[in-house]
Design a protein. Structure first.
Ligand code: BTN
Length: 334
């Protein structure tokens, strides 16, 4: 995709610590100095701070803090997924937005980000609370190319692992993964992942996959939702740390996701298992309509959960087969 002048200028400033003169920029991008000046005004109006320094040119003093597709695409344009980035303040569900976009002919890999959702969806038909002061709700639409086919069964785990690795450097204690798609921090669920596949109805071929992530950064949950949300928490309690940039986080997430996607499955699973919650503990789970109890042993080479039942029989469970209630994990992590 060709870059706009705005994107080219911003990219230049992002990689530059010294002031850049209007003449220099005009020559490099083969436009008039007036076009450069106008674009810089436009960038400033949209939340960047690019100051004119007497006699030496323009300097980028601060980046836009709100979610900014331009910044994220500059930082991820060399990643092999190279997604197009979209942002809206409020949508029904970013997974639905991504699905709608996937119906377009020649759609590309894309990232859909929202500050709030009115109909955020979780697994098993649950809703996902999506109106936190600082929630981050995003969906990655991936074309079904060979690498996606190859890692299809592991995409949710890859997303969980990527989120954990990307967020851990910002945190005091490590995040843990509740198999298969939930992230827990200090005993509370702070993120969930919903992966959905799109098929061509006639050929039954997989056309794309949507990996949707809801991340509770900071804020409080409404009291009327307390029952359903009693096990939900936020990463940063009530407010976002000053040095946390959602744009930087999303760019890092995308790079890490690309990296994990290309790794050998057994290495991915090894890292994933090391972060698994409740290993060696007694868990309760529901399989069909029956309730079971057993010791959580880990995951097998397919990413299925290994459990030793009370009669010593070892069984493996795929994610579609079993539901592990969150409450017991809250107790385990406390
Ligand atoms: C779960 O907890 O069961 C999964 C929750 C997934 C929520 C995310 S938020 C972004 C994307 N859009 C949705 O409607 N759901 C996912």
């Amino acid at each position: 995709m060709t870059q706009s002048l705005k994107e080219k200028i911003l990219e230049k400033f992002i990689h530059q610590t010294k002031p850049l003169s209007g003449t220099q920029l005009a020559q490099e991008f083969q436009v008039s100095r007036n076009a450069i000046w106008k674009t810089i005004q436009n960038l400033n109006q949209s939340g960047y701070q690019i100051q004119a320094k007497k006699g030496s040119g323009y300097l980028l003093e601060s980046l836009k803090r709100e979610i900014d597709p331009l910044q994220i695409s500059i930082h991820t344009k060399d990643s092999f997924l190279k997604p197009v980035i979209f942002h809206k303040e409020i949508v029904s569900s970013t997974n639905d937005w991504a699905k709608e976009y996937s119906f377009k002919a020649n759609f590309q890999n894309a990232l859909f980000i929202a500050d709030q959702q009115t109909e955020g969806r979780g697994r098993y038909g649950n809703s996902f609370y999506s109106q936190l002061e600082n929630g981050l709700y995003f969906s990655l639409l991936l074309k079904a190319d060979p690498i996606i086919h190859q890692k299809l069964d592991y995409l949710t785990m890859i997303a969980a692992l990527t989120l954990t690795k990307t967020l851990n450097p910002y945190l005091d204690t490590s995040l843990k993964i509740k198999w298969v798609n939930d992230l827990f921090y200090q005993g509370k669920k702070i993120a969930g992942i919903l992966t959905e596949a799109n098929f061509n109805l006639e050929s039954q071929e997989l056309t794309s996959v949507i990996v949707g992530i809801g991340l509770n950064l900071s804020g409080s949950f409404p009291p009327q939702n307390e029952g359903a949300l009693s096990f939900a928490g936020t990463l940063f309690k009530k407010s976002l740390p000053k040095d946390f940039s959602k744009n930087q986080f999303l760019s890092q997430f995308l790079h890490q996701f690309c990296y994990e996607l290309t790794r050998e499955t057994k290495l991915i699973l090894k890292d994933y298992e090391a972060l698994l919650m409740g290993k060696g503990c007694i868990i309760n789970f529901q399989h069909g309509s029956t309730h079971y109890q057993g010791t959580l042993l880990g995951i097998d080479e397919k990413g299925h959960l290994k459990v030793r039942l009370i009669n010593n029989q070892i069984i493996t469970l795929s994610s579609g087969q079993v539901h592990l209630g969150s409450q017991q994990f809250y107790q385990l992590d406390n």
